[in-house]
Ligand binder design. Structure first.
Ligand code: 2HA
Ligand code: ZN
Length: 279
């Protein structure tokens, strides 16, 4: 669709398409997204998409089994169901889709991509419900990212799944963690993925947290940009990696960051973690 001068620009050069390709490939390279694991949805402004497509030309509609009236008229670029992050760069038109939520919130209108009758991510309920939650917290919110971070998944087997204790452990693994996610991390019980119920539970946690852990599965991250959502997840995964390293070390942990040092950090970096994290 390369047309210039008043016509549509090549959509594969759109910054949001380039960013989706770059992020999904980086996520695969980090070992987070094996096979078809992981999914992303990225809220776009109408002005961002209209240079690249005719917004009145709906390719097909896809029924939602839960209405998302709060998102009516909003545009998203999403990853497709069953697509391999490793190969999105080779086949973006099949692997990615630009959608608009209909005015009644009951269907999504496909405007570009998901060729070959591809479907949007199986985790669409969790994504849309989480967007609704995060937009209420922050009008600049734009991205929901789900991925299978290796060390974090490992940690959900060996660490108790209490949100306060889990957060405290992560904070103590790398000095800057508390500054990056001062609100802590939310944790769901193990649940079947791809369902409305896990979507509702994830979205409830997203009122308080930008990071929600699905034990033995992976993580949901939210951000104002792909870079921010990725960076949050990357930071938690790094802390989890250090936890797995130190807890498998024969000598065990000999010293760590103390609570009063966490308080000093919060003060220095002007973040206000909830008091529940300080024992
Ligand atoms: O296969 O990660 O949770 C995509 C997923 C589902
Ligand atoms: Zn998953």
């Amino acid at each position: 669709m390369k047309e210039v001068n008043g016509n549509k620009q090549a959509i594969l050069d759109a910054p949001f398409v380039r960013e989706m390709i770059q992020n999904t490939y980086d996520m695969w390279r980090l070992g987070w997204d094996e096979l078809n694991g992981g999914n992303i949805s990225y809220l776009l402004n109408e002005e961002e998409v209209t240079p690249y497509l005719n917004k009145d030309q709906v390719i097909r509609t896809i029924q939602l089994d839960y209405p998302v009236t709060e998102l009516a008229g909003k545009y998203f670029i999403v990853t497709g169901s069953g697509k391999y992050f490793r190969f999105i760069k080779d086949d973006p038109e099949e692997s990615l889709g630009i959608l608009r939520i209909s005015s009644d919130g009951k269907v999504v209108e496909l405007l570009w991509g998901l060729e070959g009758n591809s479907q949007p991510t199986s985790e669409l309920p969790s994504h849309f419900m989480s967007h609704i939650s995060r937009l209420k917290q922050n009008p600049d919110h734009r991205v929901i990212m789900h991925t299978h971070t290796t060390n974090l998944i490992a940690m959900t087997f060996t660490h108790e799944l209490d949100e306060v204790n889990f957060t405290r452990t992560l904070w103590k693994m790398c000095t800057e963690c508390l500054v990056v996610f001062p609100e802590g991390v939310g944790i769901l019980p193990w649940m079947v993925p791809g369902t409305d119920i896990i979507g509702e539970e994830t979205a409830k946690k997203m009122k308080e947290f930008r990071l929600v852990i699905w034990p033995h599965h992976g993580i949901f991250g939210a951000g104002k940009s792909l870079a921010e959502a990725f960076g949050l997840i990357e930071t938690v995964e790094k802390a989890a990696q250090i936890y797995m390293l130190v807890s498998s070390h024969q000598g065990g942990i000999k010293q760590d960051i103390k609570d009063e040092q966490l308080r000093d950090l919060a003060k220095r970096f002007a973040v206000t973690p909830p008091e529940k994290y300080f024992l």
